[in-house]
Design a protein around this ligand. Structure first.
Ligand code: ARG
Ligand code: ASP
Length: 727
């Protein structure tokens, strides 16, 4: 008995299925289809991506530029994450209707809320344009000559490529500049908010649970795409009609089991999987620690005040969340690289590459790549680290830079477009002044500024220190607090009232005051130094690095013909596939693949801003009132699988072997966040909300059953077992 138990445990936690890769839909047939079928997929590559018929790709869109969404009804109903829809939900929220807090559900189409500035992009088709882009490029060209030539070719292709007048086209580089693909797209701009659960469901666990498994977040929201009478993109109009898609995803009621095939279809943002050892070292040993440490300081200070004041919590929670998101990811990434011996693995790979290259005269031109890259990374280090210090120290974590940047922009407007334009924008800025400072607490800002200033001044290598900053520190005997207090007190850019006064002056007086302002001078001097003391050399080095990385990529593909190479993520449409499975992130810990509503109740902290639970959800839980969506008296909530995802995949559909929606991707497990640099099949898991939980929340919790009625619910497993189909 014990042995059987152990074996089951071993299987459910450890067995690694191939999950690595973010593949181009265009090449699924030739590269991936056979493997996908062997893993259980029942549909064909043509069902996933086709230009001749409606296919899965017609149901997948880029949402708001940075996320993914999918169409789930014949009337353009669109599903994405709560955290992707967040700013639009926030935009419709006010004190009377706080949709973030209460949730929102349109009873019918008339109640749906237009979201200005939101658009979604569908892909009509993609096309290999490598030979056209590289036309006229010669090996003798310098990097900048090459860029001029390829940019020119890209403009030509954009003009001549076959497309309809409502379509757009963009061209992206793949495999570090070795291949180029054109994407013909259609962008819809009338997108309306249809429904969202309250934050206590959509953001349950907030930052504490972010990147964490086991997870219990119902991270979804619902929109609808509207089109003109011809079903084509149109600007917002009450006469627009719901968009009729070429394809929409049926929603599976059958859920998933350990070992089931899954794929995720979406727009992953950025990965760097083919770095050499030195490239990985630069990120994990040089850059991440600096970024982590500065954000650590920032978050500790914010948290201290957020805990003691409701007002501060409201002011800072969005900024806290966005600073904490990458911070936590970098920490996980570094731990993951360490745990999986990522640097040693890269070292071995570099050695093997070198060995094969040295032993084959045909590869003679590649002999020095690794060494040359290493030398460049080493030289770049001091600049890259300094850049991180200044960005994290003064541009990212304190708000002061924002105000400087706005004033700077005004000055640019004056110089570029004259006094009238300057005046217009100034009036706007004076009007905005109060809003600009609405979420700013100067006490907190100053504490962060002083703390980060100390870190930057002591952390940056001597030649990379800004002379102006160092002079000031000398003057103040490195008393960071007093300097910060004086800086804020003496500047006109640190409070709304003086900003309003400043904006009543004529341009000459305005400029005089601005040029005498200590905050202005601090950032002017810093930016000047960054531009000439750091960026000038860094750009030269980075250009050389990108040339070598292109050649290295080309070499890898020739030197390792037995390996399959997928291109790094670049915000284009990709398919990744794997299996539903748990993992063993550390000795003695076993992650199961599925979580349940019970876990919400385990984590419940009444009144807490991260772990409070809505009374109605508690009632449904206590009554086990799950409708058709529960399983044996339990409500499935989230699950993990070995799909290779990254930022940008949020909101991507998780799809079963038959092409049905089984979940909604929104995160990764912390121990696997190094997947952006080095995917590990044992540790890397993506996190999805179970489709049945989404249906349950819409139907039973929100009473918006009319939305579920609009979807196509399917029972693929019941069918394959020969049971009769429900509903
Ligand atoms: N970690 C997820 C991603 O990178 C979710 C982020 C949103 N949630 C949060 N608590 N910040 O986007
Ligand atoms: N949470 C990420 C996103 O918003 C997804 C991830 O990094 O796994 O795209």
């Amino acid at each position: 008995m014990k042995r059987i138990f152990l074996i089951i445990l071993f299987i459910s936690c450890r067995l690694a299925y191939a999950g690595e890769g973010m593949w181009l839909p265009l090449f699924l047939k030739s590269i991936n289809e056979a493997e996908m079928k062997s893993m259980g997929m029942k549909i064909s590559a043509e069902d996933i991506y086709s230009i001749n018929k409606g296919s899965l790709k017609d149901a997948v869109c880029q949402f708001g530029g940075g996320c993914t969404g999918e169409i789930i009804s014949s009337q353009g109903l669109l599903l994405t994450n709560h955290h992707c829809g967040y700013s639009y939900i926030q935009g419709h929220s006010n004190l009377e209707h706080n949709y973030l807090k209460e949730g929102f559900w349109a009873k019918d189409k008339n109640e749906e809320l237009p979201c200005s500035g939101l658009s979604i992009m569908l892909i009509s088709r993609m096309e290999d344009v490598t030979s056209q882009v590289l036309q006229g490029v010669t090996p003798a060209m310098s990097e900048s000559e090459r860029k001029i030539q390829t940019d020119k070719n890209i403009v030509d292709i954009q003009k001549t490529i076959r497309k309809e007048n409502y379509e757009d086209v963009f061209i992206r580089s793949f495999y570090n500049g070795n291949q180029f693909f054109a994407f013909v797209t259609v962008t819809y701009k009338d997108i309306r908010l249809v429904g969202t659960p309250p934050e206590s469901i959509g953001k349950f666990g907030a930052d504490t649970d972010n990147w964490i498994w086991p997870r219990h977040t119902g991270d979804f929201s619902i929109f609808r795409i509207y089109a003109g009478p011809d079903n084509l993109p149109a600007t917002y109009s009450t006469s627009n009609k719901p968009y009729t898609p070429k394809h929409f995803l049926p929603v599976s009621m059958d859920g998933v089991a350990e070992g089931d095939f899954t794929m995720v279809f979406g727009f992953p943002g950025r990965t760097t999987e083919y770095l050499t050892e030195e490239g990985v070292r630069q990120i994990t040993e040089e850059q991440n620690p600096v970024r982590i440490e500065l954000r650590d300081r920032t978050l500790k200070i914010m948290d201290k005040y957020m805990r003691t004041s409701e007002r501060t919590k409201l002011q800072y929670s969005a900024r806290y969340a966005s600073i904490a998101n990458a911070w936590k990811k970098w920490i996980g990434e570094n731990q993951g690289i360490k745990q999986t011996h990522g640097l040693e693995k890269k070292h071995e790979q570099d050695l093997e590459f070198q060995k094969r290259v040295d032993n084959n005269p045909a590869f003679a031109e590649y002999r020095n790549i690794i060494n040359n890259l290493s030398a460049l990374y080493k030289e770049l280090r001091t600049f890259a680290v300094a850049r991180d210090y200044y960005a994290e120290g003064f541009q990212r974590n304190v708000d002061l830079y924002n105000c400087y940047a706005r004033v700077k922009k005004l000055q640019d407007v004056f110089e570029g477009r004259g006094e009238q334009a300057f005046d217009n924008q100034r009036i706007q800025m004076a009007k905005d002044a109060a809003i600009l400072f609405k979420d700013i607490d100067l006490k907190i800002e100053k504490e962060i500024f002083a703390s980060l200033l100390e870190k930057v001044v002591n952390g940056v290598d001597a030649p990379q220190r800004v002379p102006y900053m160092m002079d000031k520190m000398k003057l103040y005997h490195h008393d960071y607090k007093t300097y910060t207090n004086d800086l804020y007190a003496q500047s006109m850019l640190t409070n709304p009232d003086s900003l309003v006064v400043l904006n009543t002056l004529n341009h000459n007086e305005w400029l005089q005051k601005v040029k005498a302002d200590p905050v202005w001078n601090f950032f002017e001097e810093m930016n000047y130094f960054i531009q000439y003391g750091i960026q000038k050399r860094a750009t030269e080095l980075e250009d050389q690095i990108s040339t070598l990385r292109r050649i290295h990529m080309e070499a890898l593909m020739k030197v390792f013909p037995e390996r399959r190479f997928y291109p790094d993520a670049n915000s284009t449409l990709r398919v990744t596939y794997g299996k539903v499975q748990g993992s063993t992130p550390r000795d003695g810990i076993c992650y199961q693949a599925q979580t349940w509503l019970d876990g919400v109740m385990e984590k419940y902290v009444p009144g807490d801003y991260e772990f409070d639970v809505h009374p109605k959800l508690i009632r449904l839980y206590k009554a086990r009132d799950y409708g058709d969506y529960g399983v044996d008296g339990k409500m499935p909530l989230a699950f993990i699988a070995s799909n290779h995802t990254t930022g940008g995949n949020s909101g991507s559909p998780a799809i079963d072997a038959n092409g049905n929606l089984i979940g909604l991707n929104f995160d990764r497990v912390w121990e696997g966040t190094m997947s952006d640099i080095n995917y590990d099949p044992d540790l890397c898991r993506n996190i999805m909300v179970d489709a049945r939980y989404i249906l349950f929340i819409i139907d039973k919790f929100a009473g918006a059953g009319h939305l579920v009625a609009e979807m196509k619910l399917v029972h693929p497993k019941a069918k394959s077992k020969g049971k009769s189909k429900k509903k």
